[in-house]
Design a protein. Structure first.
Length: 860
C-alpha cells in the first residue's frame, strides 16, 4: 500500500565505484562540479486524475547535484506553481555529485483533466532543466495509483503546517529574573499520579486564554457531575490556576503551545482531585509612581519555515527541516509587524540560514526595498547574523524581506528562521495581547472591539490573577482601551471575550500506571491507541506459549514520560525505566505502528507517526533507528531486542500476526531444511558474490543453498521462482535503494513483490544493502512491501534504514549466519542482538539495521 499523500521522495542512491568499501549507495564529493545541460535523467513521468485533483509521479535514472523540483500546472496560457516550496531532490538527501534511481510524487488539489504539467529541476549550480509536458490520464479513483482517494489527499494536504509564527516578549532583566526564579519545575512524580486518574487531556497549540464547555468536557469523557470545587488542571505535573464557572458550565485557563521535533501541542490534564483545586484569583492594580506613560514594550516576532527536509545536514538534536531555497533568484518573505512604535529609533533582526553547498554564501538582505546588509556564511554550516536597522525602514503591518545570493550560481542555502526584535505599542491584535509593563510607568492598552476585556497578571504563568479594578474607556474610533496605572513591571495577557480560544483537542485520559515496578514482563508491546485490540491478539498468541506479555498504549507512555506530549524520547525513557526499575527486565520490545521522518506533518503527507522512532546521525545521513530507542549507554547496541510492525491499519497487524503463527507452525520441522537463498550483485566496488560464498560457509553443509548472481542469465526470474519455492531465509548483498536491489536495471524490487506466490512458505529476508529498510518515508520501502505482502512475501525483514559499507555488514552477517546454523538461539531478535555485538566500533551499522517483524519470532 502506498503511504504518500502530498509530496513523496524515495531515497535511492548509486555506489561510489573507486573504493572497495564505500557505502553501497553513495557517490560523495564536496566539490562543485560543472554540469552539462542534463543534470537529471528521467525514466518516466506520469499524471493521473479522477477529475478532482491530479496525482503526479516521476522517476529518475540518475541525478547530478539535483537540489529538487518545481512542478508547474499549465491551463491555457496560465502557468502556476503547484507548490511554492521545492520538492527536495537527492542532493538534499546525500550531498553527492551523482546518484541513481529516484522516485517522486506530488498531489495537485487544484488540477484536473484540463491541466498539464511541467517538471523543472534545479541543480546546485543554479541551472534549471524541464521535461516535456505531462498530461493527466483519467482514472476512476486515485486510490489505485496514489494509495488514497483525491478527497483524502486534499484533507491531508490541508493539514500541512510548515509555517511557524509566534510572539515572544523581551523582558527587562529584573522582570525576567523574577519570572525564571518563580517558574515551577516540571514534576514527574505528580504527573504519574495525575496520569493514573480518569479525566480529560486538553490540547493547546498556541498562547491564549482558553474556554472548554461542560458539554465538551462530558463528550471528552470527564465526570462533569463530580464536585467542581475539586476540578484540577495540570501541565507538566504542576497544577494550574483556572476559572470554573457556576455549576461547572465551563472552565477557563491561560495556555501555551510547545515547539518540539515531535509536536506543537501542549497537553493539559483535567482531573477530579480530593481537595479544592487551584483557581485564578483577583488582584487590584493601584497606582505607584505617578502617571508617566510608557508607549511600547519590546517583543520578538519569530517566524520559521519547515518545507524542505535535508538528511545530509548534521546538526545534532535539531530538526533537519528548513525553509525555502535561497539562490540568485530573489525570494521574498512576507512579515506582519503590528503596532510598530516609530518613536524608538532602531530595531534588530536575527536571520538564520543553512548552507547546502560547499560554496561561500553571500546573501543580499533587503527589507521593504531597502538593502540593509549582507549575510555571509560558509559551506554546510548554519549561520545566524544580526542586523541593526533604523525603525523608519519598517512598516506598521505588512513588510517584505527579500533574500538573494550573489556569490555565484553555486551559492545556495536554505532559509531557517528570523527573529525580529522591535518596540510594539500597547495595541491588541485580534482582541488579545501578550505584553509586559515597565516599572512604575502607566500605559493605555487599546485596540479592543468591546468593553468585555479582562487583563491577567501571568508573571507566574501557573498562577494567573485577573485585575479587578481597571478602567475601560471607549475611544474615538468606537474601540475600547484599558488604563493600566503605574506599578511594578508585570507580565500580562489581555483578552476580549470574542478572542477566547477553543482547545485544539479534548480526549479521554485512560488511567495508566507504567511506573508500577512489580512486573515480570518478558515482551513489551507498545501500540498506537486505535490498534490495542490487534496488539492484544498478538500478546495472547505469545501468552498461549507461556510468555509474559504486556501491551501499552503509546499515549500512556507519553502521559507518564513526557507529560502527555508526543515524544520519541518518552518511548526511550519508558524502555530504560523497564530495565532499571521493573522487577523483571523485559527482553523484547515490539512496536505496533509506523513511524515518520515528518512527525509534525510539515509536508502534508499524512500523520503516519503512530509509534515514533529515534532520528540518529550516521556518517552519511540522518535516519530512523529503533535500535536507538533501546540503546541506553549510546554504544549503538540496543539493550533489548526490538522490532516493529510498520502498520498503517489494524489489518496490517492482523496479517503480520497470521504470518508469524503460520511460520512458527512449521519452523521446528522445516526451518533450515527449506534452504537459503544467497543473492548477490555485480562486483561493482566490492566482491558481493564472494560475500555470499563466505556467508554460505557458515551454515552446515547439509543446508541447501541457492546462489544467484545478478549477472547470470534470467537471474531475476530464477530469484523469484526460488522465493516462491518457500526458502527459509533470503539474503541479498549488493547495491540497493529504498525499493530495490541494484539499479539500471533492478535485480529485485517492490514491483516484483506482486509476483511472489510463496503462500504459507514465508521467508525471513536479510538484506545486506543500503536503505531497503528505510521505513520512515511516505512510501513503503522494499522491506515494508515484503512484510505487508498478502499470501506470501516475508514473515520478517532485517534491513538497513541508512547508508553503510559492505565490509562491516559482512562482519555482522557472518556472526548471524554462524549462529543460525550452529547455535540453539530460539528467537530472531536474539540472533540480531548478538550479531551486532561483533561489529568493531562505529554506530552506523548497529543503529541503522532495523527488524521489521517480531523479535520473539521462533527460528527453530
Amino acid at each position: 500500500m502506498k503511504k504518500g499523500l502530498v509530496v513523496v521522495v524515495l531515497l535511492s542512491l548509486g555506489l561510489l565505484f573507486h573504493t572497495p568499501i564505500s557505502a553501497q549507495n553513495l557517490n560523495k564529493t564536496n566539490k562543485i562540479e560543472s554540469f552539462k545541460k542534463n543534470s537529471v535523467k528521467y525514466i518516466r513521468a506520469e499524471a493521473f486524475s479522477d477529475g478532482s485533483g491530479v496525482w503526479l509521479e516521476w522517476e529518475t535514472e540518475f541525478e547530478r547535484g539535483n537540489l529538487g523540483f518545481y512542478v508547474y500546472r499549465v491551463v491555457g496560457d496560465s502557468r502556476e506553481l503547484v507548490s511554492s516550496s521545492l520538492i527536495p531532490g537527492m542532493y538534499l538527501q546525500m550531498r553527492d555529485a551523482q546518484i541513481s534511481g529516484q522516485k517522486y510524487s506530488t498531489f495537485d488539489e487544484k488540477g484536473d483533466l484540463n491541466s498539464y504539467y511541467i517538471i523543472e529541476s534545479l541543480n546546485i549550480n543554479g541551472e534549471k532543466q524541464s521535461i516535456n509536458p505531462v498530461f493527466p490520464k483519467y482514472v476512476g479513483d486515485l486510490t489505485a495509483v496514489a494509495g488514497s482517494s483525491s478527497e483524502s489527499l486534499k484533507i491531508e494536504s490541508e493539514k500541512a503546517n510548515p509555517f511557524i509564527l509566534r510572539n515572544e516578549n523581551i523582558l527587562p532583566k529584573d522582570l525576567q529574573s523574577e519570572v525564571e526564579g518563580n517558574r515551577p519545575q516540571a514534576d514527574a512524580t505528580t504527573q504519574r499520579r495525575v496520569a493514573a486518574q480518569p479525566g480529560v487531556k486538553i490540547g493547546v497549540k498556541k498562547e491564549g486564554f482558553y474556554r472548554v464547555s461542560r458539554a465538551e468536557l462530558q463528550t471528552g469523557g470527564f465526570d462533569v457531575n463530580a464536585p467542581s470545587a475539586f476540578w484540577q488542571l495540570y501541565k507538566d505535573g504542576v497544577e494550574q490556576a483556572i476559572i470554573v464557572a457556576p455549576n461547572g458550565d465551563y472552565i477557563e485557563f491561560y495556555g501555551n503551545g510547545i515547539d518540539t521535533r515531535d509536536t506543537d501541542t501542549q497537553i493539559y490534564f483535567l482531573t477530579v482531585g480530593t481537595e479544592s483545586g487551584k483557581r485564578i484569583g483577583t488582584s487590584f492594580l493601584r497606582s505607584i509612581g505617578g502617571r508617566v506613560l510608557s508607549n511600547s514594550f519590546l517583543q520578538t516576532i519569530f517566524y520559521k519555515e519547515r518545507t524542505n527536509y535535508a538528511t545530509n545536514i548534521f546538526n545534532g538534536e535539531a530538526e533537519n527541516f528548513f525553509g525555502r531555497v535561497i539562490n540568485n533568484t530573489p525570494t521574498t518573505i512576507d512579515l506582519n509587524l503590528p503596532a510598530v512604535d516609530f518613536s524608538v529609533a532602531n530595531f534588530s533582526f536575527d536571520l538564520t540560514i543553512q548552507g547546502v553547498t560547499p560554496a561561500t554564501h553571500q546573501i543580499r538582505v533587503t527589507l521593504n526595498n531597502v538593502e540593509v546588509g549582507t549575510l555571509t556564511a560558509s559551506g554546510f554550516a548554519s549561520r545566524t547574523q544580526r542586523f541593526d536597522i533604523p525603525t523608519s525602514v519598517l512598516n506598521s503591518g505588512a513588510n517584505s524581506l527579500t533574500l538573494q545570493s550573489f556569490g555565484g550560481t553555486s551559492d545556495i542555502s536554505l532559509f531557517d528562521n528570523i527573529k525580529i526584535n522591535y518596540a510594539s505599542r500597547y495595541q491588541a491584535r485580534q482582541n488579545q495581547l501578550s505584553f509586559y509593563t515597565k516599572n512604575y510607568k502607566a500605559s493605555y492598552l487599546s485596540g479592543f472591539s468591546s468593553p468585555n476585556i479582562r487583563v491577567f497578571d501571568i508573571t507566574y504563568p501557573d498562577s494567573p490573577r485577573v485585575f479587578g479594578n481597571l478602567a475601560i474607556e471607549q475611544t474615538t474610533n468606537n474601540g475600547y482601551q484599558v488604563y493600566l496605572p503605574a506599578n511594578r513591571g508585570r507580565v500580562m495577557f489581555a483578552v476580549e471575550d470574542s478572542a477566547i480560544l477553543a482547545a485544539a483537542s479534548i480526549t479521554p485520559n485512560s488511567p495508566s500506571a507504567l511506573s508500577n515496578v512489580t512486573r515480570s514482563t518478558q515482551l513489551v508491546v507498545i501500540s498506537y491507541k486505535d490498534w490495542l485490540t490487534e496488539a492484544n491478539n498478538w500478546a495472547n498468541y505469545r501468552r498461549s506459549q507461556g510468555m509474559n506479555v504486556e501491551v501499552f498504549n503509546v499515549d500512556d507512555v507519553y502521559d507518564e514520560f513526557s507529560f502527555g506530549a508526543k515524544s520519541r524520547e518518552a518511548v526511550k525513557s519508558f524502555l530504560e525505566y523497564t530495565q532499571n526499575s521493573w522487577q523483571t527486565r523485559p527482553g523484547y520490545v515490539l512496536l505496533m505502528g509506523d513511524a515518520s521522518y515528518d512527525p509534525r506533518n510539515y509536508r502534508g503527507a499524512g500523520a503516519f507517526n503512530f509509534v515514533p522512532t529515534m532520528m540518529v546521525e550516521t556518517i552519511y545521513l540522518e535516519t530512523g533507528s529503533d535500535e536507538a530507542l533501546a540503546d541506553f549507554n549510546n554504544d549503538g547496541l540496543a539493550e533489548i531486542a526490538i522490532g516493529r510492525i510498520p502498520a498503517q491499519t489494524a489489518s496490517d497487524i492482523t496479517q503480520a500476526l497470521n504470518k508469524v503463527s503460520t511460520f512458527e507452525q512449521t519452523v521446528a520441522t522445516q526451518g533450515l531444511s527449506r534452504g537459503v537463498i544467497f543473492a548477490s550483485d555485480l562486483p561493482n566496488g566490492y566482491d558481493f558474490a564472494g560475500v555470499s560464498n563466505r556467508l554460505r560457509s557458515q551454515l552446515p553443509p547439509s543446508v541447501s543453498s541457492i546462489m544467484i548472481n545478478r549477472g547470470e542469465p534470467d537471474a531475476r526470474t530464477r530469484l523469484i521462482n526460488e522465493i516462491n519455492n518457500g526458502r527459509f531465509i533470503v539474503n541479498y548483498t549488493g547495491h540497493g535503494n529504498t525499493t530495490a536491489w541494484a539499479s539500471s536495471p533492478t535485480f529485485f524490487g517492490s514491483a516484483d513483490v506482486a509476483n511472489l506466490s510463496n503462500g504459507n512458505k514465508l521467508s525471513i529476508f536479510t538484506m545486506l544493502t543500503c536503505l531497503n529498510g528505510y521505513f520512515i518515508q511516505n512510501l513503503d520501502s522494499l522491506a515494508e512491501t515484503l512484510l505487508k505482502k498478502q499470501n506470501g512475501g516475508a514473515v520478517a525483514v532485517w534491513a538497513s534504514s541508512g547508508e553503510t559499507t559492505p565490509d562491516i555488514q559482512e562482519i555482522m552477517a557472518t556472526r548471524f549466519f554462524s549462529q543460525v546454523g550452529g547455535s540453539n538461539t530460539m528467537r530472531l531478535g536474539d540472533l540480531i542482538k548478538d550479531a551486532k555485538t561483533v561489529i568493531p566500533g562505529g554506530r552506523d551499522v548497529r543503529l541503522s539495521w532495523v527488524l521489521l517483524g517480531d523479535p520473539t519470532l521462533k527460528v527453530r
